[in-house]
Design a protein around this ligand. Structure first.
Ligand SMILES: [Zn+2]
Ligand SMILES: [Zn+2]
Length: 340
């Protein structure tokens, strides 16, 4: 079978390898679609701090069960599935206290261990989740980023009647904003410096879209929500400006959830955090319950994924997908690689 391998930053090759052995508790999956996300782009350009080379990429996936191991009862050939990309130790403090998603020895497929960019992939059945038959492969490959959004709201608690700010309208910000509404938020305000991404946010029904490079964010927040501003702020960019925006615009006692990956260490106004009793809450990854929630929300039709699906590339054209991404700057959302 054919397998993608990023031998060095910017250098994708394909190798011919045997289809991996099927063990009794594992399943063999024919990979259909892969989504490319911001972290993959960092790995491609050598700017991801935690990824050694060579590496096979791919962690946002959908596929079809081809074969099941002798002790696997919950899947059969032909089932549509997605895969949770976390490999955890099961023994550290986090793993033994219900927080395996922040395992001390966490390895994520496509980063610290082999990803799914190959024609077939074998993995333990416990990492595999069934998708409804009428879900498209593209929707299936977007369950992983949707699970990030669902993980955010596990931390935020009950959203009913709340006003939410999402900073950043890229794929994660957009899905987070849509998920907030699907989970009962009263009103959602999203920001970005890209008008293209704000237009898309408007298209999928986000209440308020603000471009802080052209509008006064503090004034717009009060206009949208009144003097009590927002109940929860979610940072989905990972730069100095957006963490400043979050802290400066928080009502006293507000939670700020940090989802963005900070390439450079920001300076945090801790005097404001202390004085205003703000809570900064980090968010790394999801658990199975959030994957299941993501599947449920997408299947219910409450989340619009189609407007976010920008373009497809053939498996052999993996490198062209990155070239397209660099040419499009901020004018793309989800790019797919069609493996089979
Ligand atoms: Zn991703
Ligand atoms: Zn662990």
């Amino acid at each position: 079978m054919k397998q993608q391998i990023l031998v060095d930053p910017g250098k994708i090759e394909f190798q011919e390898v045997p289809v991996p052995e099927l063990e009794e508790k594992s399943v063999l999956i024919k990979i259909m679609r892969l989504g490319i996300c911001g972290s993959d782009i960092h790995v491609y350009y050598g700017t991801h701090p935690y990824t050694p080379y060579p590496v096979t990429q791919g962690h946002e996936v959908s596929g079809v069960i081809e074969k099941v191991g002798s002790k696997v009862a919950k899947f059969k050939p032909g089932d549509k599935v997605t895969i949770q990309p976390q490999v955890v130790c099961g023994e550290c403090y986090s793993c033994s206290h219900g927080k395996y998603h922040i395992c001390d020895n966490l390895k994520v497929m496509g980063f610290q261990t082999t990803g799914m960019a190959s024609e077939f992939f074998v993995t333990d059945a416990k990492r595999v989740l069934k998708l409804p038959d009428d879900m498209s492969y593209e929707q299936g490959a977007m369950i992983e980023p949707m699970a990030v959004a669902c993980g955010v709201f596990t931390k935020a608690g009950d959203l009913n009647g709340l006003n939410i700010i999402v900073l950043g309208a890229g794929p994660i910000g957009n899905l987070t904003a849509q998920t907030a509404k699907a989970l009962g938020a009263k009103s959602v305000l999203i920001t970005d410096v890209s008008d293209y991404r704000l237009e898309l946010a408007k298209k999928v029904g986000i209440d308020h879209t603000i471009n802080p490079s052209k509008q006064n964010l503090s004034e717009e927040i009060v206009k949208a929500f009144g003097p009590d501003k927002a109940d929860v702020i979610i940072e989905c960019v990972g730069i100095q400006q957006t963490i400043d925006d979050a802290i400066q615009n928080a009502r006293k006692g507000t939670d700020i959830i940090i989802v963005g990956v900070f390439g450079e260490n920001p300076t945090i106004d801790l005097a404001a955090v202390q004085n205003n009793e703000l809570r900064l809450i980090g968010m790394l990854m999801y658990q199975t319950k959030e994957y299941l929630k993501a599947i449920e929300l997408v299947h219910s039709g409450k989340i619009q994924l189609e407007p976010l699906m920008t373009k497809h590339f053939k498996f052999d054209d993996y490198a062209k997908a990155y070239q397209y991404i660099s040419e499009m700057k901020d004018k793309f959302m989800k790019i797919f690689v069609d493996v089979n």
